[in-house]
Design a binder for this molecule. Structure first.
Ligand code: ZN
Length: 68
């Protein structure tokens, strides 16, 4: 079924240089788009668009209610 309900961001984009990264296993990897890595600027102080804006899902509970 659908078990990809992650509670952490899996992608992030730098609002300054356009760098894009994706979370893989345990580290961020630069995203490759059309054969080019979206590395952005190596001198950029990356400002990720997920900072402060990411809201984790609320705990999903009570999903075992029996049919009334
Ligand atoms: Zn950047």
């Amino acid at each position: 079924m659908d078990d990809v309900r992650l509670r952490k961001p899996t992608e992030r984009n730098c609002e300054r240089c356009g760098r894009q990264e994706r979370w893989t296993d345990d580290s961020w990897r630069v995203v490759t788009i059309d054969g080019e890595r979206a590395t952005g600027s190596p001198y950029c102080i990356h400002e990720w668009d997920i900072d402060g804006t990411f809201l984790p899902f609320e705990a999903i509970d009570g999903g075992e209610q029996a049919d009334a």
